[in-house]
Ligand binder design. Sequence first.
Ligand code: C2O
Ligand code: CU
Length: 494
Amino acid sequence: MISRRAFIGMLAAGGAVAWIRLDSLERAAAESSAIRTIYLEARVVSWELGPGRTIKAMAYNGRVPGPEIRVREGERVRIVLKNSLGEPTTIHWHGVDVPNPMDGVPDITQKPVQPGETFVYEFEARPAGTRWYHTHVQEHRQMDLGLAAPLIIEPAEPEPMPYDREVTLVLDDWVTGAANVLPSTREGTAGGRGRMGGMMGGMMRGGGMMGGRGMGSMMGRGGASHEPAYDTMTINGKAYPTTEPLRLNKGERVRVRFINASNEHTHVVRVGGHRLHVTHTDGNPLDSPVAVDAIPIAPSERYDVVLTAEHPGAWLLHCTQPGHAAAGEQMLVLYEGHSTQRPAPPETSLEGLRVWRYGLGRGRPIGAAPAEAVRTFEQTLSGGMMGNDLWTINGKTWPRTDPLALARGEHAVVRFRNMSMEAHPMHLHGQSFRVVAINGVRLEAPLAKDSIDVEGHMGSAVVEFTAHNPGDWLFHCHKPTHMDGGMMSLVKVR
Ligand code: C2O
Ligand code: CU
């Protein structure tokens, strides 16, 4: 028998099972000496997104999304990546403050892992929150084909906001060739200027809401970008009706961790009949939950919400962007005793609804207090003009973009201005930042995030951080076509 007080944690270390004492002073020592080892293999598999939509995917351990990794804050993690693909790959730990050589950026922090090779990542898991991991090689192919998965870091301290159980939902977009091509989301919606990104974007793109495949891709080619012809949307690797229902018991509070692993699309999620209480932005806790009806989630963003089961019945959790629910992005939400009921169809109108925007949240302070030394960087984002795929920062494309050079401890203020028509979810590696202003309006309490969606058409965002993690860190748009088109720079922390 094991006493509950003395032994409450168990770690699977390198396949062997180790019991860890979690009481008293021994806890810290036990945790630092134990390393949790996880094995991941990247390889090509055949994956059924839904009926008639089986694709050749790239997967971690044969699953799309890859296996959810769950660790405790501060725990030492070793991840052994075996590359069984026919091409090089790496893994980036998105939102985790890893040491620079573990960051997974090919030719900057490591050599790409060649076919047949193994690479060992090792880091301390922090900060706590909904993080994720994905390939950082040829994301427009490898991430698009499935190399992405949740990484949940459970906090050492108790969670600030109560819930009874949790689920993780990974949203993704796919090209299968089996269905109608979807409009892209161009302008972004999280800044809150009230534009409906998907609808406007779709119209501007000329494809219309459900333009035929040939038409859609033709317009894509001739239009502003060479974006792939996305036609299928999934939740946890499945398109409706293959999505797994969320089953609820009346009264319970379910924490839902949304991760948008899509390459191109912002999703605006809602649950029929329920409000969602936003508790975390990109994994970092808000001061207090914000009740909304729908949440725009840009590529690479995460939102944690609490759903209180207080309206028994059968409902749908779905995306409100035009065409997305029909393309598979919906799942049943079924209360106990209501599983044969049919839910009302998904609605795309957001009229009269309270939609999340950055300005609604009050963040908690993160990281070090602002230092004395402040450096300001202006970053003007443009590109995508008339059929070209060049995306620039201050008029330059990667690798010619100017790095943001900082000494450790220095405070950086980065002011983004978006002169292009499309939104750019800008992601910083190695540490999170504080979002202090959006579209010229200061936030009352800065939000802690690692991706900020800068809206199209002169949208702006100001973020700041105190450089604490030394190394060369990518700061880039998370849309792979834009990365490839040059929208990347480096933050160099000495
Ligand atoms: Cu999600 Cu460069 O990363
Ligand atoms: Cu972009």
